[in-house]
Design a protein around this ligand. Structure first.
Ligand code: XLS
Ligand code: CA
Ligand code: CA
Length: 437
């Protein structure tokens, strides 16, 4: 396997002092942090679409600019096979344990669903062989129900039931392919499940439709014996004006309303959280607090740009805050940390894919090490525990046990007057975080 990334050897861990740009400085897969190895903690995954199918196009430059020798053959199936070989060469050399795909990234659509599925079967067989040869595993599969023109007005939320049927048929097959490749999760991202204008939209109906689609997916999961986790990935907008899966809190209440909460977890993407007006760690925390943080897309946005730039993560604070949430909930598995990220348009060389992933993996490795130390030292947790101490005794304990009444709380205030002021110590806590980074 040395065809598309010639001259690049397996990326090794060389330690923080290394000046080799094609080496890890912090990600040492076998090194232990706490009770697990870094590889077990971080479960890194490479996104097939951005890294192998993306062309670096943007709204002002519709023609591809990336140099991608594997995506050149005139026959689309040859292109798909070459791309699969390139992907496994890249992922093995990088040393990421996982990858993930949309059905239409790995195999091109044909004229009929029957023919499309046949193509998919052929490519899935190749992927299965390459997974076996390399040991790379499938973190998740998903269905692209947003690029084809039939999905212009949505997939599961389309006003036309014929399109709903198409989405269902496509998801059915993608779930089966995910099972075939022993995928550990299956993702639902509603790229066009929202609206462009309220003037032509029956919102309540569309949400009922979406819930129907997810219930059908749960039924099919059980029918085929897929044991992986079903994940919904929130995103607020773009290209739609509004997507129903706006953010973690919205998705959780949607799942609760439609009796789907037991069957799903969330895949939280950094950039989608910021587009929703939150920090990454906010949405991670919202999902985790409900026991529903299933997986992560670690790509970030640019705070000066209002769209989904899907950049590789390099911010050590963000990585540390993310790892704090993950460690506190006991890990991210069977989900992982997926780089749903693309190199910038100007970074068109294949080697740039290595630089980008190495940077992302090293950032999260540093985040992991800092977060573990912060937790081991009780540097933040001790403060938080103390802050809520009044709920573990006296009147607070009674409140939490559900035994206090309004009348009793009123009596308490009459007897005890004003509470003592307590500082939140934000600046001190920020300094504590700085001392670990
Ligand atoms: C796009 C989404 C997409 C999902 C998978 O913004 O992030 O890539 O992760 O469909
Ligand atoms: Ca994503
Ligand atoms: Ca994105």
């Amino acid at each position: 396997m040395n065809k598309f990334f010639k001259g690049i050897k397996k990326i090794k861990y060389e330690g923080p002092d290394s000046k080799n740009p094609l080496a890890f400085k912090h990600y040492n897969p076998r090194a232990k942090v706490g009770k697990k190895t870094m590889q077990e903690h971080l479960r890194f995954s490479v996104a097939y679409w951005h890294s192998f199918k993306g062309g670096g196009t943007d709204p002002f430059g519709p023609n591809p600019v990336y140099d991608r020798p594997w995506d050149q053959a005139s026959d689309p199936m040859q292109r798909a096979e070459d791309t699969m070989h390139a992907a496994f060469e890249f992922i093995s050399k990088l040393g990421a344990p996982f990858y993930c795909w949309h059905d239409r990234d790995i195999s091109p659509e044909a004229d009929t669903l029957r023919e499309t599925n046949k193509r998919l079967d052929k490519i899935v067989a190749l992927a299965g062989k390459l997974q076996k040869d390399t040991g790379v595993k499938l973190l998740w599969g998903t269905s692209n129900c947003f690029s084809h023109e039939r999905f212009t007005h949505g997939a599961g939320t389309n006003p036309d039931a014929h399109v709903f049927a198409w989405a269902a048929a496509q998801i059915k097959k993608a779930m089966e392919c995910t099972l075939e490749l022993k995928g550990q999760n299956y993702v639902f991202w509603g790229g066009r499940e929202g609206y462009s204008s309220l003037l032509n939209t029956n919102m309540a109906h569309e949400q009922d439709q979406m819930a129907r689609l997810l219930h059908l997916a749960v039924d099919h999961k059980k029918k085929i014996g897929f044991k992986g986790t079903l994940l919904v990935e929130p995103k607020p907008k773009e290209p739609t004006k509004h997507q129903y899966d706006y953010d973690a809190a919205t998705v959780l209440s949607f799942l609760r309303k439609y009796d789907l909460l037991d069957e799903f977890k969330l895949n939280i993407e950094a950039n989608h959280a910021t587009l929703a007006g939150h920090t990454f760690e906010h949405d991670l925390q919202v999902a985790s607090a409900d026991g529903k943080l299933g997986s992560i897309d670690a790509n970030r946005g640019d705070y000066l740009l209002g769209w989904d730039t899907d950049q590789f993560p390099t911010d050590l604070y963000s990585a540390t805050y993310a790892m704090l949430v993950i460690l506190k909930q006991g890990g991210i598995g069977p989900g992982g940390i997926n780089f749903d990220a693309k190199v910038r348009r100007g970074s068109f060389d294949p080697v740039d894919l290595f630089h980008a992933h190495i940077g992302g993996m090293d950032s999260f490795a540093r985040g992991l090490k800092s977060a573990q130390k912060i937790i081991d030292d009780g540097a933040i947790d001790g403060f938080i525990k103390e802050r809520y101490a009044s709920y573990r005794r006296g009147i607070g304990k009674k409140v939490m046990s559900g035994k206090a009444t309004f009348a009793e709380l009123e009596r308490y205030v009459h007897q005890n007057g004003e509470p003592e002021k307590m500082s939140g110590r934000e600046e001190m806590l920020e300094n504590v975080i700085n001392s670990y980074i």
